[in-house]
Each structure stands twice: as C-alpha cells, then as structure tokens.
Design a protein around this ligand. Sequence first.
Ligand code: CO8
Length: 261
Amino acid sequence: GKSYEHIKVSSPKPGVGFIELNRPKALNALCTPLILELNSALRNYQADNSISAIVLTGSERAFAAGADIKEMKDLSFADAYGADFIETWSDLVTFLKKPLITAVNGYALGGGCELAMMGDIVYASNSAVFGQPEIKLGVIPGAGGSQRLTKAIGKSRAMEVILTGDNISSKQAGEWGLVAKVFETPQECVDGALATAAKIAGYSQIAVKAAKEVVNKSQDLGIREGVEFERRVFHGLFGSEDQKIGMTAFAAKKKAEWSNK
Ligand code: CO8
C-alpha cells in the first residue's frame, strides 16, 4: 500500500484495514502531518471495497499522548480560530461509514483520548491510561472530549476527569463502559481488535453499514425519533439482496454467502 511517515498501514486479515500510529519519539503526539496522513489512510479505506472494518492502534507505550503541544504552543486565537485548527480531526469520524475499532495501549491522553473515543468500539489493555489533562495546560479538550467522554461515562465522572486532569486506569475505563473490553496484554488487545474486525468483515456490508448508522443516530436523536429512524432503515433492508440471502440461508440451514448488495 501507500507509504506514510507517521503511520503504518497494512491488511493482516481479509477485509480488515490496520493503521498503527508510528511517531515513537513523541509518544505518537498528533501533529498536523500525522492527522492528515491518518485522514488520508481512512479515506482510502472508506473508498476501498476490499476493506470492511478498520483497526487503529498506537504503540505499546502510547496510543497517543495528545495533540502536539510544541506545535500548538505559539498559536494565536486567529491561527486557531481563523484556520479552524483541529477541524480536520472531526473529519475522521464523519466521513467514515465503516466500523472503526480503536485498540488502546499505554497513554491515551488529551487528543489521544479523544481519538480513542472516535472508535465505534474501543478496546484497551491493562497498560492503557486515559485522560483529558488539557486543564493542566490552561486549555480544555478540543476534539470532542467533553462531549464523547460525558456520553460514555456520565456527567459527574466526566466533570471530575476534565476538571482535575486526573488519569483513568484501564480497569476504571472498563467498569465505566468507556471501553468495551480490557485485555491482559497489548498484543492480546490488538489481536482481539483484529479478530472483532474480521468477524464484522464476514457479515453483509450493507447490514454493517446500516447498523453503525442507526447506533450513531442514538447519540443525536431522542428515543422516539431514534426508534422510528431505526425502523425505516430496518424496512429499507428488505430491499437488499443480503436480507434474502441471510434469511434464506437460515431457513435452509446453510451458511450465508453475502453479495454485499
Ligand atoms: N506533544 C508533543 N510532544 C509530546 C507530547 C505531546 N502531547 N507528549 C509527549 N511528547 C514528547 C515529549 O516532549 C518527549 O520529547 P523529548 O524526548 O523530545 O523531550 C517525548 O515525547 C517523550 O515524552 P516524556 O519524556 O514526557 O515521556 P514520559 O514517559 O516521562 O511521560 C507522558 C509520558 C506522561 C505521557 C508525558 O509525555 C506527558 O504528560 N505528555 C503530555 C500529555 C498531555 O498533556 N496531553 C494533552 C495535550 S493537549 C491536547 O491533546 C489537546 C487536544 C485537543 C485538540 C484541540 C486543540 C484546539
């Protein structure tokens, strides 16, 4: 595949795209060139019909230690606001319709925690440390942390984390539901994420896309509109080939061979 400076991309399993952040000297601090490469890799995966699910990870020491503080330090208000600094980040999730699993080992701080939470599924190992330490730098989370963390763990806990800058251990993250699973070792975490991605890649990609879309809608809609939206999408799937393939295979006690149509 394409080669990058700050990330590595590969496809270790059929249908699965794998991105490793690779800026070890700065604990994967998310400088603008890295974010642009990440954006580009995700866009390529979104456009690639052979890729159905994506895993994003860092190193054993750090998923990502935040936005690049050295790059940000001298920005003026006009630099930040005028050039929509960090707006490219929100891109990462809005265009991506394929499931993204983040596999978090080591530090996931500030923008690193925010990036981890952009995963549709978040996995972690015992070594993972989450946190929003921006308050210690005289700022606040700027890439969705105040919103996603609050939705994930509730207001009181999110307030405590964001106002104190204290870290969240992986055990706590598991208990609070910030992550779906906590693994013993970093390798098990990455392998677990790849296995889940491969499992998802084995289903109808039409159904997978619809499932991600309706779950995400629950974040924006009230329960009534959300349930109605879900039902419309559910009804719509009766227009897909894969609904016929899946239900016919079940009735015939056969394995479904998806057409992704
Ligand atoms: N930015 C730039 N460089 C970093 C960062 C970072 N976020 N984190 C680590 N590094 C660099 C260090 O400067 C050091 O470089 P050098 O070797 O040249 O001195 C190298 O990585 C290794 O780091 P340490 O020596 O500090 O390693 P330790 O093991 O002693 O400590 C820590 C690890 C605890 C993770 C420590 O590095 C740390 O506290 N890092 C900063 C964590 C942080 O505050 N993150 C939040 C940043 S702010 C943010 O993310 C805002 C996001 C919202 C975006 C919206 C903006 C508008």
